[in-house]
Design a protein around this ligand. Sequence first.
Ligand code: TXA
Ligand code: MG
Length: 315
Amino acid sequence: MVAVTSGSIDAAAKALRAGALVAFPTETVYGLGADATNGRAVAAIFAAKGRPRFNPLIVHVPDRERVAELGQPPPFGQRLAEALWPGPLTLVMAKRPDCGIADLTTAGLDTIAVRVPSHPVAQALLRAVGRPIAAPSANRSGHVSPTTAAHVAADLSEHVAMILDGGPSSLGLESTVVDVTGEQAVVLRLGAVAREDIARVLGHPVVVAQGDPDKPASPGMLVRHYAPATRLRLEASEAGSGEALLAFGGNVPRHAGPTINLSAAGDLTEAAANLFSALRALDRAGATAIAVMPIPEEGLGEAINDRLLRAARAA
Ligand code: TXA
Ligand code: MG
């Protein structure tokens, strides 16, 4: 835990640019930050949290000019942005194809969740880094969200390069997540901005998606997850003719068709960083199926296998 000074902010920014994780205060809860353009750094977030699944993460930027580089909300989304940013609001919008955000950050989706926090330390850090920062709450998966630097230290101290201590989070509740990709705003997660405040800005009542966005209960209203259209064949020891091969590790079967190795070194962090772009690329290869080599069910392998299983079921 380090006190906030211009020196520690610069050191934190440097660590983030080098691909390390930095925990930092926001007005909602403490975030576990990584450079959102660096897939390996983002993979380290999932490893540190011990998350068994890859959920899309919120990308943090210091102002609305930087938001425009990531995506363009429709006019009603702009009204929410003008009224409530900086602050505890997250907008899910269509992602600009040229935004440079790692595929793992958005879990392969064409949408992106963006937030402009108001906390002065978060603001200073984001300006010093000069890159968009992906950050979920800085707790181990299943634990409560941290509202002090000490909470973060108790959960994650071995995993972070630095914990910036900005005192207790004033709101203590996560941001309200609002999907503005459709005709109307839909609240995906209730949080520190009340539903009434959103309705007041829009001038009409707003729908709240049923259930926890992380635990889909009513399909259709919830986070849509990316899945390839091509069938996946899991636990493959080789790929047939017409198939594409999604490989892992150093011992890859000979294959003449399209092949991508998630990590020749057998490194699960590297594999996680490559997963969604590899699926997209092989999905475009016109193969009859994507043969997927076995991935060890340990560390990030658990989350990789969870996503592969869902994709195999979806197609
Ligand atoms: O207050 C907060 O929002 C904190 C601070 C650190 O900013 N962050 C936070 O992040 O709570 P996290 O990862 O715990 O929650 C992100 C939420 C999840 O419910 C996720 O499903 C949703 O945002 N989300 C992210 N990207 C999305 C997308 N493209 N489409 C739909 N939902 C998305
Ligand atoms: Mg959380």
